[in-house]
Design a protein around this ligand. Structure first.
Ligand code: HAX
Length: 437
């Protein structure tokens, strides 16, 4: 058995026993009260999921297995000392709870480069059967489902295996899927935006570097940016739409491809991952309508107010959990200031950051007026030459695989059962609180 699998088995088995024992001994203990407001506003703040990969604090932002993004920038292995950490290291950390060595990271890089070669030809036929103007997320998700013909979980399940071992073929499927997503993403990118001139995977590159390479942005700068991008989008606790959908579908023992595909359908929503391309749409439309590449703060303010007056949201701002500027926004802004300080889009993003929070706060209803990860990610990619913004949510999806699929392996290690919350009709809620109108 691969040593990483051996490691997670050694860590996971006692934890699985603890979960069973907790349910047995404390299954009836009340751990939290739930309000009607929580149920009817998206279950915010209701503890209802077991997730070990990361934790989101409303004030501080995300921590992966206890480490913040700036801490990990110092702790995770890198190719160049002044570069960004390899996302392989974050994957290892989320999977095992331990910081990886350079050898661990190389081991994963090599495995992914090798597994990436195994995409069956029909997957490309399926993508090619779609119109080129089908949104890249449609093409991406269709390819993910088409790859599920390779599901090792399904084969193992049909052969008949002990429930305790489900995590093993899940892990294999997860490793295959993660390895192949950059190839699929780059294929879609080149198909739609670069005349179907495809670039082969280079097994000597790391996972994120290979994505930049296959997309045709083979510079040190874009490799560095892609590593940062792949790290910061990887995971955001268990309750966000892409993680929760992956987990929910996985709870029916659907294979990793089906489960991840569900997550990606959620990521494609404008309130979630699609916000990264909508921010670009919003900025470009504003620039067109104002007629100036460098809109002033006053012009941005007027445009933002007009957006709200039309009953629309300002994309890239607000969050269901965060109540401060998203550290994933800050780390990207710092990267931009260091490597692309004069990029006009970054300057516009900085001006938006100055004016929009006050406007949102003045509405009195927006709980978090601060920018989230999507407020800047597209402008950063664009400033480094990846200007075709419909691909941005696909890139988000490639990164998100690291977290949600690690969560799926842990779901199977814990032996979590099928998820089945209770629903009630409106009258039940009315009666429950004695509502008189
Ligand atoms: N612009 C305008 N209005 C906003 C707003 C924004 N950026 N953010 C919240 N609001 C509004 C809500 O639409 C809601 O209005 P109504 O009461 O009229 O329905 C009100 O403020 C209260 O909402 P909330 O409780 O503050 O926010 P939610 O938890 O319901 O929603 C969202 C969180 C992220 C969906 C929301 O802030 C939003 O729509 N933001 C813009 C889209 C966006 O950037 N999404 C990406 C989020 C991060 C992410 O998941 N990335 O993948």
């Amino acid at each position: 058995m691969d040593y990483i699998k051996q490691k997670i088995l050694e860590i996971g088995r006692p934890k699985a026993e603890m979960v069973k024992d907790l349910i047995k001994k404390h299954g009836d203990d009340v751990i939290q009260d739930v309000t009607l407001g929580q149920v009817l506003t998206g279950m915010k703040g209701m503890v209802s999921l077991l997730t070990c990969t990361s934790k989101l604090d409303p004030e501080e932002g995300i921590r992966f297995r206890g480490y913040s993004i700036p801490e990990l920038q110092g702790l995770l292995p890198k190719i160049h000392p002044d570069g960004e950490p390899l996302p392989e290291g974050l994957f290892y950390l989320m999977l095992t709870g331990e910081l990886p060595t350079k050898e661990d990271v190389n081991h994963i890089s090599e495995q992914w480069a090798q597994r990436a070669q195994g995409i069956p030809p029909h997957v490309y036929d399926v993508i090619n059967a779609l119109p080129k103007d089908a949104h890249p997320m449609i093409q991406f998700n269709t390819a993910i489902l088409a790859m599920s013909t390779e599901s090792q979980f399904r084969k193992a399940y049909l052969t008949g295996m002990d429930k305790k071992d489900y995590w093993d073929p899940t892990y294999e499927g997860v490793m295959d899927l993660i390895s192949r997503l950059p190839v699929i993403a780059a294929y879609i990118y080149r198909r739609v935006f670069h005349n179907e001139e495809y670039i082969e995977l280079d097994p000597n590159h790391d996972w994120a570097g290979n994505l930049a390479h296959m997309m045709g942005h083979d510079t040190v700068e874009v490799h560095r940016l892609m590593r940062l991008y792949m790290m910061i989008h990887a995971d955001h606790e268990g309750g966000n739409v892409s993680a929760h959908a992956t987990h929910l579908v996985g709870s029916a023992l659907s294979n990793p491809y089906y489960s991840f595909s569900a997550g990606m359908n959620g990521l494609a929503g404008p309130l979630h991952g699609m916000a990264n391309q909508n921010v670009m749409h919003w900025i470009h439309k504003m620039i067109r309508e104002i007629g100036d590449e460098n809109p002033s703060e006053a012009q941005i303010k007027a445009y933002a107010e007009m957006t709200l007056d039309k009953g629309q949201v300002i994309p890239g701002y607000g969050h269901a959990v965060l109540r401060k500027t998203d550290p994933r926004f800050t780390v990207q802004l710092e990267f931009a200031k260091k490597y692309a300080p004069d990029a006009p889009l970054i300057q516009t993003v900085s001006k938006i950051y100055k004016v929009v929070p006050d406007i949102l706060a003045s509405t009195g209803k927006v709980k978090n007026p601060w920018p989230n990860v999507d407020a800047i990610s597209g402008s950063l990619l664009s400033s480094f030459g990846i200007t075709e913004y419909p691909i941005y949510t696909v890139l988000f999806g490639v990164s998100r695989a690291l977290g949600v699929l690690t969560q799926l392996v842990w779901d199977r290690l814990y032996g979590l059962p099928i998820e089945r919350p209770k629903s009630q009709n409106l009258q039940w809620f009315v009666d429950k609180v004695n509502y008189k109108g």
